[in-house]
Design a protein around this ligand. Structure first.
Ligand code: UDX
Length: 456
């Protein structure tokens, strides 16, 4: 190629902001586009409206180098670039389990309408299978016949907290529906990752769309599998943590995503498995529907399970009990509370009349915006002081490392529910704590729990 490829990124949320910054880091000229002028102004100052290690620095650096800029003017951005990544959100539809495709549709149409020269439109958003083929027809009908416009799909697998790393060094590059012209451009864009050994999977459009949702569905299934086994461990007085280590040594199984506990949440896994369930139903793939329904149900049951343990530990009622909730984020090292199991349990206890105080090392302010009626502490000590029970609902390092003797001196009663199996149980028990994990150390069935705490 003669001139270097220039890139536009449509949508500067989590995915788009990270992708734009990573592409600039790889040496491309990148323009990030969003409809929200406040967001654009903030990004230009290197401010990111969410917590993602390394991202603000990366954005600031490349706004400085001039390789990265932001605008609300989509048409100008598209006309100044050659490859256009669609990175807008596909939230759960307000009235069903389906994905809401309004933003993807609008962004793709706007790019197609704006093309002034040959353009490659690359969908990155997570969409129900079949969407890309439909968008491709829309692009063909919308773009000027004078230009070559092509739409392909390139799913994204980034994890929150590791978004920059995952984008710069992906495990694999998946490209669906690319012509030789488009594939050559993609091999150029992802040249660094490919040179570093990332497999390049070229496939058709529906396969690329399904790779993404299947990867998330599999991860969710692993978590619900181990949570189902945790229930069995409780009945049998077995320990699911030891069990997970032991089965995880089998390379076919692997230890990752086998941590039993409160289950999965966040902006992706829950909505993606529901969207998959919905789409599979439309297509008549009922085995996939049934499997995903079970995965979702088991996951939601874990929240109830933690409620039940807490209720029993408090002698059958949480009314006016002082409950210290440690953790609000859906996982550690993020301030994201979207579909957070921790916040869900905290809110449910509050509704039942418990006096809940939440502490989270990062997610307090975001949680407060959603549930302003709950009480928040700025420090862990303030949350646990005078508590009748302590619930660890997100496995932050600060909680793992907490000294059970020091925490014990602050609480009213030494009772702890470790809903992420992340505490050293024996050290807590040695300090006189009644301890409940999920599926470990003979956590009794809910009915037996009450008698145990009285004895403690
Ligand atoms: C996920 C996928 O990992 C990523 O590839 C995809 O692109 C987006 O969705 P993310 O939502 O950032 O990423 O979170 P992840 O680290 O996957 O954790 C998801 C949830 O599963 C969290 O609530 C976590 O607490 C829970 N989890 C994870 C478990 O309950 N047990 C485990 O063993 C692992």
């Amino acid at each position: 190629r003669s001139a270097p490829l220039r890139i536009s990124v449509i949508g500067t949320g989590y995915l788009g902001a990270t992708h734009a910054a990573a592409m600039a880091e790889l040496g491309f000229d990148v323009i990030g586009v969003d409809t929200d002028p406040t967001k654009i102004a903030a990004l230009e100052r290197g401010e990111v409206p969410f917590f993602e290690p390394g991202l603000p620095e990366l954005i600031s650096r490349h706004v400085e180098t001039g390789r990265l800029s932001f605008t609300t003017d989509l048409r100008a951005a598209v006309q100044a670039s050659d490859v256009h990544f669609i990175c807008v959100g596909t939230p759960q539809h307000p009235s069903s389990h389906a994905a809401d495709l309004r933003f993807v549709d609008a962004a793709t149409r706007a790019v197609a309408e704006s093309l002034g020269h040959d353009g490659l439109i690359v969908g990155k958003s997570t969409v129900p299978v079949g969407t890309a083929a439909r968008l491709r027809e829309m692009v063909a009908a919308t773009a000027s016949p004078a230009v070559h416009a092509e739409l392909i799909w390139n799913p994204e697998f980034l994890r929150e907290g590791l978004a920059v790393e995952d984008t710069l060094r992906p495990d694999r590059v998946v490209i669906g529906g690319a012509s030789p012209w488009a594939e050559e451009r993609m091999r150029h864009v992802y040249g660094t990752a490919i040179a570093a050994g990332a497999p390049f999977v070229a496939c058709d459009l529906p396969t690329a769309e399904l790779v993404k949702v299947s990867a998330n569905a599999f991860l969710a299934t692993k978590i619900s599998f181990i949570n189902a086994i945790a229930g069995l461990c409780e009945k049998a007085d077995a320990d699911v943590s030891v069990l997970a280590d032991a089965i995880g040594y089998d390379a076919r199984i692997g230890r990752k995503f086998l941590n039993a506990g409160l289950g999965f949440g966040g902006g992706c896994l829950p909505k993606d498995i529901r969207a998959l369930m919905h789409r599979a139903g439309e297509l008549g793939a009922y085995s996939a529907v049934k499997l995903m329904q079970q995965v979702d149900e088991i996951n939601m049951d874990q929240r109830q399970r933690v409620m039940d343990i807490t209720l029993s530990a408090l002698g059958g009622s949480v009314l006016n009990a002082r409950v210290a909730v440690l953790g609000a984020a859906f996982k550690p090292d993020t301030d994201d509370v979207r579909d957070s199991p921790a916040l869900n349990v905290a809110a449910a206890l509050h509704l039942r009349g418990a006096l809940v105080t939440i502490y989270d090392p990062a997610a307090g302010p975001t949680a407060k915006r959603i549930f302003p009626t709950l009480s928040y502490a700025d420090r862990m000590d303030d949350a646990v002081r005078g508590a009748d029970i302590v619930l660890v609902l997100t496995e932050w390092e600060e909680f793992r490392a907490a000294d059970p003797a020091r925490v014990g001196a602050l609480v009213e009663r030494r009772a702890v529910v470790d809903a992420r199996n992340c505490l050293p149980a024996e050290s807590w028990q040695d300090e006189g704590w009644a301890y409940w994990g999920l599926g470990r150390l003979g956590t009794a069935s809910a009915a037996e729990v009450g008698s145990r705490v009285k004895a403690a």
